[in-house]
Design a protein around this ligand. Structure first.
Ligand SMILES: Nc1ncnc2c1ncn2[C@@H]1O[C@H](COP(=O)(O)OP(=O)(O)OP(=O)(O)O)[C@@H](O)[C@H]1O
Ligand SMILES: [Mg+2]
Length: 229
């Protein structure tokens, strides 16, 4: 299968004061197009850092990242942003909705900025899909945590990404709402062939993806296929 993400020899070091802190070391793995993939590991093991690097939000100290056939090291910051806008969706742990925009605007404004057509009607359809048809004019502060999470999901789907990165997409949700969010993610994978990369502490969820990468102390512990086809 063709690879959508190919990581080789990644290392990330932060400096604080005169101290160097290596948070990722010797990381190599790849993800196939259309695959469902999870990243698990203890708090502080480098999962969010790794996601930021994979998506070109942050740069490694050494190593290469090929995303959608492009070597991120060879791209300017603008070019990386373009590649992201075109191909990548995100769901952040803390939603990151813009507080001064309504639910509808949170989904439609990024689409409009990218010059997308019919941004409003597309966004309405997405919000309906995540069960928020009657909440579209609410501001984030007027929505529950689970509702905000679903707005973030609709926003992530909006540009029909070829790869979607989700950092603890169910971390703040009750079991039922979390399951609904997961169902929507897997549906997107099935219907649109979107590659899913999910960071999770939930091993049951990880076991529903086709491959599990385990991190510990910034290094890969295991990278194994599951029984899921
Ligand atoms: N900007 C930064 N500057 C310095 N150190 C950082 C920075 N960002 C993260 N770290 C450190 O890097 C390590 C990995 O952080 P990261 O957020 O990737 O962990 P994580 O696996 O996502 O943890 P969690 O499960 O708690 O979200 C942590 O020890 C953290 O303190
Ligand atoms: Mg994290």
């Amino acid at each position: 299968m063709p690879k959508i993400l190919n990581i080789t020899g990644l290392e990330k070091t932060y400096s604080s004061g005169n101290k160097q802190l290596t948070v990722l070391q010797n990381i190599s793995f790849s993800i196939e197009k259309g695959q469902t993939f999870s990243i698990v590991g203890p708090s502080g093991s480098g999962k969010t850092t790794l996601l930021g690097l994979c998506a070109g939000l942050d740069q490694p100290n050494s190593g290469t990242i090929e995303l959608c056939g492009e070597d991120l090291n060879m791209l300017s910051e603008d070019e990386r942003a373009q590649l992201r806008n075109k191909n990548v969706g995100f769901i952040f742990q803390n939603f990151q909705l813009l507080p001064t925009l309504t639910a509808l605007e949170n989904v439609s404004v990024p689409l409009e900025l990218q010059g997308g057509k019919d941004a409003t009607s597309k966004s309405l359809a997405l919000l309906e899909k995540v069960g928020l048809a009657d909440r579209v004019h609410h501001y984030p502060s007027q929505l529950s945590g689970g509702e905000q999470q679903r707005v973030a999901l609709a926003r992530a789907f909006a540009n029909a990404p070829s790869i979607l990165f989700a950092d603890e997409p169910t971390g703040n949700l009750d079991e039922d709402t979390g399951e609904k969010v997961i169902q929507l993610l897997f549906e997107l994978n099935q219907e649109a062939g979107t590659t899913l990369v999910i960071i999770t502490h939930d091993l049951d969820l990880a076991n529903r993806t086709q491959q599990i990468l385990r991190l510990k102390g910034g290094q890969i512990l295991t990278n194994e296929r599951t029984a899921v086809l």
